[in-house]
Design a protein around this ligand. Structure first.
Ligand SMILES: [Zn+2]
Length: 170
């Protein structure tokens, strides 16, 4: 069975890596690599590589030939575009988002909790103004939580594992 060396990027770390597998065909070798969590960029039959004279250019610097289903980076021409989620807002805004979201979310939990408690205990008379106050406070904390959540929202993009260029996916 011929052996193949498969170049690509690790799907978890986005780092360049390569593995060698035995397979009947380049396509089989590629499926094995994909199952192992590799974004495949190049499949090379090892026997062919070993017969070659030492290449002048290291393998990782050679241009990646176009392969079906894998997007190569248009900016640096050597990276692989890897799908991931990134924050829509800039880092300081995301930090503010978390600062807003966490206390508002906690107070919402506390409000719902106290509502359930008062229901279980069947507290006899709840004055009308308390109900209104509760409604207003709950509405405010809901709007606050929504605002914080909007600031920490993420979007799906393709990001180059070499130069970091980002392409939006719609
Ligand atoms: Zn790039």
């Amino acid at each position: 069975m011929p052996r193949f060396k498969i170049y690509g990027a690790d799907s978890n770390t986005a780092k360049d890596t390569s593995i060698t597998v035995a397979a009947n065909s380049p396509d089989d070798a590629e499926s094995i690599a994909v199952n192992q969590g590799l974004f495949v960029s190049r499949v090379v039959e090892v026997e062919v590589v070993e017969r070659e004279v030492q290449p002048q250019v290291p393998a990782y610097q050679q241009p990646i030939p176009k392969r079906k289903g894998i997007a190569t980076c248009k900016v640096c021409d050597s990276g692989i575009m890897i799908p991931m989620r990134v924050y829509i807002m800039s880092q300081p805004v995301v930090a503010i988002g978390y600062i807003i979201l966490i206390p508002f979310l906690m107070s919402m939990v506390a409000e719902v909790g106290s509502l359930i408690l008062s229901y279980i205990n069947e507290w006899p008379v709840v004055p009308e103004f308390t109900v209104y106050t509760f409604g207003i406070i709950f509405a405010l904390t809901f709007v606050g939580s929504l605002l914080g959540w909007l600031l920490i929202m993420r979007k799906k993009v393709l990001r180059c594992n070499k130069c970091g260029a980002i392409v939006n996916i719609y």
